[in-house]
Design a binder for this molecule. Structure first.
Ligand code: PLP
Length: 437
C-alpha cells in the first residue's frame, strides 16, 4: 500500500485477504478497477456497508462516493430495499417463469423514461448495451456502430475498441481476445464533436446502424455534453436513419427520474439501463418504442434471452428503489449536497494551488487535476494521474472512499449528510496540504 501521511492507516487484514485472493482470482478481484491498478497499492476488503458508509475488514469506516459504482442512490442496506428482497427471497429466488413483479417494474420504467414503451430485463449493463446494438443492427439491416472514445458500455467485444490517432478512426481492439473482425464495424468519434459523427456518416453512407453514447459521460471522469451537442446528434441521426442509443446505465434514474433524456429533453431511439434499476442486485434493461422492441424474440426475430433475467430478488430491489425515487424524489437534495461538495472541493484545490477543474452534473462529479475544461477523452488524458493517485490514498486514509481512478465519476447518495460532505471537504484540504505542503 502506498505510504500516506497517516502511518496509523493499517490495512494488514486486507493485505492478507488480497494475497489469498490473488492465488485463486485473477488479480485478486472480480472486476478490474477494484484492484486499484490506477492508483497503486492494494484495496481494502469490505466487510459491510450501511447508508453512506463502507466498513472494511481492518476496522475503518469510509464515506462512500462509489455507491457500488452507481446503484446505491439511497445509500447501502436501505430498510425498504432490504425488506423487499427478504420478502421476495421467502417466496423462492428464481423460477424461470414470468412473474407479476416483472410487469410491475416494466410499467414503472415505461412511466418513468420518456422514450421507452417496452422494456426487456437482463442481468448486467453489458448485456443491455450488447442487446441494444443487436436490435439496432437487426432493425436497420445495417452493421456499423459509432462509439465515442472514452465512453464505456461494458465489456461487449464490439465496443472494446481503442482509438487510433485521427478523429473518426476505425480503432483497434483494446483487449487480447477481441478479434479485429469483432470491431471492424465500430467507428470511433471524439465525444462532443458533431462534425466527427457527420463525417462518419458521410464516409459510410447508409451503413451505420446506431450511434451509442453516454449522454453524460461518467467513464472518463465526469464529462457533460456541450450545450446543443445531444440535440444536434439527435437531428443528425434522424436525418440519416441511424438509431440513437443512449447508454443510461449510469445516468438512468440518477440525473432525473427519467434519466439524462428527461434532464436534457432528448428522445433517443433506444436506452440501456442498469445499476439503479437493480437496486444493488444484478439487473439491467434495454427499452425503446414498441415498434422497435417488437422485433425482440419471442415477439420478433431478434434473439435475446437469459436464465436469470427478471430475477425475483433483483426485481424486488429495483422496484423498491424505483418506487422510492418516484414517491419521494431525492433529486433536489442530491443537487444541493452535490453542489456543496463541488464548491468545497474546488475551494480546497484552489487554496492548495493545484491545477484542477471540478465537473459535475447532478449527483455525479469528478475533480480533475487538469486545467480543464474536459470535453473529451483527449482532454481527460491530460490530467495529472500521479497527483490523483496520491490524493486518492490520502483521502482513503482520512476515511473518504473516492473512485480509484481519475477517469471515474464519484456518486453522491441521498444518505450523505451535509456533515459527511463537510468532512470530505476538510479531508481534501488536509490531503492536499499533506501532498503539496
Ligand atoms: N454502460 C455504462 C455507462 C457503464 O458505466 C457500465 C458499467 O460501469 C456499463 C455499461 C456496464 O455495466 P455492467 O458492469 O453492469 O456490465
Amino acid at each position: 500500500t502506498p505510504a500516506t501521511s497517516k502511518p496509523e492507516y493499517d490495512l494488514s487484514r486486507s493485505h492478507e485477504a488480497f494475497l489469498r485472493a490473488c492465488k485463486v482470482i485473477p488479480g485478486g478481484v472480480n472486476s478490474p478497477a477494484r484492484a486499484f491498478g490506477a492508483v497503486g497499492g492494494e484495496p481494502p476488503f469490505m466487510a459491510r456497508a450501511e447508508g453512506a458508509y463502507l466498513y472494511d475488514i481492518d476496522g475503518h469506516q469510509y464515506i462512500d462516493y462509489i455507491g457500488s459504482w452507481g446503484p446505491m442512490i439511497f445509500g447501502h442496506a436501505h430498510p425498504t430495499v432490504r425488506h423487499a428482497v427478504v420478502e421476495a427471497l421467502d417466496h423462492g429466488s428464481s423460477f424461470g417463469a414470468p412473474t407479476t413483479r416483472e410487469v410491475d417494474i416494466a410499467e414503472a420504467v415505461v412511466a418513468a423514461v420518456p422514450s421507452i414503451e417496452k422494456v426487456r430485463f437482463v442481468s448486467s449493463g453489458t448485456e443491455a448495451t450488447m442487446s441494444a446494438i443487436r436490435v439496432a443492427r437487426g432493425v436497420t439491416g445495417r452493421n456499423k456502430i459509432v462509439k465515442m472514445t472514452g465512453h464505456y458500455h461494458g465489456h461487449v467485444d464490439s465496443l472494446l475498441v481503442q482509438a487510433g490517432s485521427a478523429a473518426t478512426t476505425l480503432g483497434f481492439p483494446n483487449s487480447p481476445g477481441v478479434t479485429p473482425g469483432a470491431i471492424e464495424d465500430t467507428i470511433l468519434c471524439p465525444f462532443n464533436d458533431v462534425s466527427a459523427v457527420a463525417a462518419a456518416f458521410e464516409r459510410f453512407p447508409e451503413q451505420v446502424a446506431a450511434v451509442i453514447l453516454e449522454p453524460v459521460a461518467g467513464n472518463m471522469g465526469l464529462v457533460p455534453p456541450r450545450p446543443g451537442y445531444l440535440e444536434q446528434i439527435r437531428e443528425l441521426t434522424r436525418k440519416h436513419g441511424v438509431m440513437l442509443v443512449f447508454d443510461e446505465v449510469m445516468t438512468g434514474f440518477r440525473l432525473a427520474f427519467g434519466g439524462a433524456q428527461e434532464r436534457f429533453a432528448i428522445d433517443p431511439d433506444m436506452t440501456a439501463l442498469g445499476k439503479i434499476i437493480g437496486g444493488g442486485l444484478p439487473a439491467a434493461a434495454y427499452g425503446a418504442k414498441s415498434a422497435v422492441m417488437d422485433f425482440v424474440s419471442p415477439a420478433g426475430p431478434i434473439y435475446q434471452a437469459g436464465t436469470l433475467s427478471g430475477n425475483p430478488l433483483a426485481m424486488a430491489a429495483g422496484l423498491a428503489t424505483v418506487g422510492m425515487l418516484r414517491e419521494s424524489p431525492p433529486y433536489e437534495r442530491l443537487e444541493a449536497i452535490s453542489a456543496r461538495l463541488e464548491d468545497g472541493l474546488r475551494r480546497a484545490a484552489s487554496d492548495a494551488k493545484v491545477p484542477h477543474v471540478v465537473q459535475r452534473v447532478g449527483s455525479m462529479l469528478t475533480l480533475f487535476f487538469n486545467q480543464g475544461p474536459v470535453h473529451d477523452y483527449e482532454d481527460a488524458k491530460r490530467s495529472d494521474t500521479a497527483l490523483f493517485g496520491r490524493f486518492f490514498w490520502e483521502m482513503l486514509a482520512r476515511g473518504v472512499y473516492l473512485p480509484c481512478s481519475q477517469f471515474e465519476a464519484a456518486f453522491v447518495s441521498a444518505a450523505h449528510t451535509d456533515a459527511d460532505i463537510d468532512h470530505t471537504v476538510d479531508a481534501a484540504r488536509d490531503a492536499l496540504r499533506a501532498i503539496v505542503g
